[in-house]
Ligand binder design. Structure first.
Ligand code: UDP
Ligand code: MG
Length: 324
């Protein structure tokens, strides 16, 4: 009999206001993850992303009951991407592979044993991709399609069908954590790294309890943020728009001059109004795009931590490693 150490697999689960189902869901995730034939040591790391309902208290109780569970609490809601980073940072040293999944069972935990097998067969990333988008509204599905189309054209990465449900080898986790930007786009960055990847299809089941934390505005901001994080093409487009409008301006100017010399000039008031509105709009749009990139640079350069971990009061000194 060989005495090989079993791999440590950490499940990282971001959680925000999931009081209604968190207890049952965590038990279910743990049970299904452990049901595979592959021998491994399981760890569950739940990141409480500043929940304002009873989630934090419930998680504290669960932490005492479940040996494999570790809970990290944020001081406030920093967003799912920050929770992912905090979870990965917490397990980077101890886990051989990390699996990221949602707490609402929309990422079926029954896939976990298969993911681990694919990892053991050599894949450094195992991504579960959606064959259907579940019970989302038509508008949300269309929004997603536009976002993925734009993302592909502007950033050159195909994210269609992708989810945050992924297994990452320890090396991938370390590369991810070494990326210095504070605002990260998990799905985009993992694909951009292009480690050997295995894919596993799944259908998104309906949410099991509570409700999605995303509204349209939040989604739109998220989409804009991520597109501009991966592409500076909108800035280049301003140059081409400027060049194009300069050419049009030259043409219209030449015609106006010709008509003036010929004594044919009309009272072109409407033309003037239209030109002012058109070019005014174009200039404001261009300024907006430049402003957006400037704001992003400002956000990054401030260097504030992407999240802050709330530690129990007994340890008054906060370790530097807890702020990232
Ligand atoms: N979540 C989070 N922080 C947030 C919003 C959501 O940690 O600000 C968690 C949430 O608790 C869930 C996962 O991220 O475990 C996915 O969220 P949700 O189900 O709302 O997203 P959807 O499935 O609609 O994409
Ligand atoms: Mg969900």
């Amino acid at each position: 009999m060989t005495n090989e150490p079993v791999p440590v697999i950490a499940l990282v689960i971001p959680v925000f206001n999931e009081q209604a189902g968190i207890r049952q869901h965590l038990h279910q995730i743990h049970q299904q993850a452990a049901s595979g034939e592959v021998a491994c040591q399981l760890k569950l790391v739940v990141v409480d992303d500043g929940s304002t309902d009873g989630t934090a208290a419930e998680l504290q109780r669960l932490e005492e009951e479940m040996d494999a569970l570790q809970v990290i609490h944020f001081t406030r809601n920093f967003g799912k991407e920050a929770a992912i980073s905090a979870g990965l940072a917490a397990v980077a040293e101890s886990a051989d592979a990390v699996i990221l999944l949602d707490s609402d069972l929309q990422h079926p935990p029954s896939l976990i044993p298969r993911m681990v097998q694919l990892w053991q067969a050599g894949a450094q990333v195992v991504e579960a991709y959606k064959t259907s988008r579940g019970d989302e509204s038509k508008a949300t599905k269309m929004f997603a399609r536009i976002f993925y189309g734009l993302f592909h054209r502007l950033a050159g990465l195909r994210l269609e069908g992708q989810s945050d449900y992924k297994l990452l080898d320890r090396q991938v986790v370390n590369t991810y954590l070494a990326c210095p930007e504070r605002h990260k786009f998990f799905r985009g960055l993992i694909q951009w790294m292009a480690y050997p990847t295995a894919r596993l299809p799944f259908e998104v089941p309906p949410r099991q309890a509570g409700q999605s934390q995303w509204n349209r505005l939040k989604l739109l901001r998220y989409a804009l943020y991520n597109i501009t994080a991966f592409s500076s093409l909108p800035l280049a487009l301003i140059f081409w728009m400027g060049l194009f409008s300069l050419l049009i301006g030259c043409l219209v100017g030449a015609i106006a001059l010709y008509q003036k010399i010929q004594g044919l000039s009309l009272t072109g008031f409407t033309t003037v109004i239209l030109l002012v509105i058109f070019f005014g709009g174009l200039i404001m749009l261009s300024l907006g795009i430049v402003g957006h990139y400037l704001a992003r640079i400002y956000d990054e350069i401030k260097g504030r931590p992407g999240y802050i971990i709330r530690t129990p009061r007994k340890s008054q000194t906060r370790k530097a490693s807890e702020i990232r």
